[in-house]
Design a protein around this ligand. Structure first.
Ligand SMILES: C[S@@+](CC[C@H](N)C(=O)[O-])C[C@H]1O[C@@H](n2cnc3c(N)ncnc32)[C@H](O)[C@@H]1O
Length: 254
């Protein structure tokens, strides 16, 4: 996915900008530092609450067993971890992990406030280089996180490495809208309404413009499925929600 410019520097996209690979992580970090405290309210405003339905469906269809060891990557303020938590018993564990300490701090506060303390761990980590041993988890989830990762191939390889044989990775991410009519309306919404609301509610139009651009630059359904196969996942499949506004990809470690 990343490219080389004429000076021989490896570059990648940050929204619609082409930036040196080393810079993207820092720029993404600035976006999430800036939005951390307003992230949850903005999610509700921007998606009119629909992100909650997507996340609930995503977790409901993970087929979680009570004793599962689960890793939620790029877990941010903890929405996915909060939905998984009640499905586990005392043998299960969920690790909420994110590269951004501010997002993770909001997540920790929210989950602890809701009485979620047992068998829950918080780990600051880059999805490209996970501090977990091989074959540790039954399930690895990542929701609206992968498109922010600089080297997505490395993150997929790491997801596979930390899964137990037979374990499952699930990716919830914005994808390619399948209907041209809806795509037009969605474009107007993303590049008009989103930055305007970002400015109004969070006083930060730029971060929300990045979010809209990063969605357009993210691999489409088939490309992501091919990347997962390339990383070594088997049984890769995906399901579109809301005509492909988002998609859920699933892959297994053989
Ligand atoms: C849009 S938020 C999604 C948060 C949460 N999963 C949700 O669905 O609400 C994206 C998250 O990805 C995290 N992130 C970005 N790059 C990352 C990386 N390389 N490794 C781990 N997390 C990363 C950000 O810090 C941010 O918390």
């Amino acid at each position: 996915m990343n490219q080389e410019n004429p000076q021989g520097t490896e570059t990648t996209h940050f929204g619609y900008k082409e930036v040196p690979v080393e810079e993207k992580q820092q720029l993404v970090g600035q976006v999430f530092d800036s939005v951390a405290e307003k992230y949850d309210i903005m999610n509700d405003v921007m998606s009119m609450g629909v992100h909650r339905l997507w996340k609930r469906f995503f977790v409901q269809t993970c087929q979680i067993r009570p004793d599962d060891q689960v890793l939620d990557l790029a877990g941010g303020t903890g929405d996915i971890a909060a939905l998984i938590y009640p499905q586990l018993d005392e043998r299960g564990q969920i690790v909420l992990s994110d590269i951004n300490p501010n997002m993770l701090a909001v997540g920790r506060r929210r989950l602890i406030d809701r009485g979620m303390v047992r068998n829950l761990a918080f780990v600051e980590a880059n999805a490209e280089q996970l501090p977990f041993e091989d074959n540790r988890f039954d399930l690895v989830t990542i929701a609206f996180g992968l498109r922010n990762v600089t080297r997505q191939d490395r993150a997929l390889a790491e997801m596979l490495r930390v899964l137990k044989p037979g374990g499952k990775a699930r990716i919830l991410e914005f994808s390619r809208v399948q209907s041209p009519l809806l795509a037009k309306a969605y474009d107007a919404y993303s590049f008009g309404f989103l930055p305007a609301m970002g400015q109004l509610v969070a006083k930060d139009a730029e971060s929300y413009r990045y979010l809209a651009e990063s969605i357009r630059k993210h691999p489409d359904q088939e490309t992501l499925a091919a990347m997962m196969r390339e990383a070594g996942f088997s049984g890769v499949r995906y399901q579109n929600l809301n005509a492909g506004i988002v998609a859920i990809h699933t892959g297994y470690k053989a």
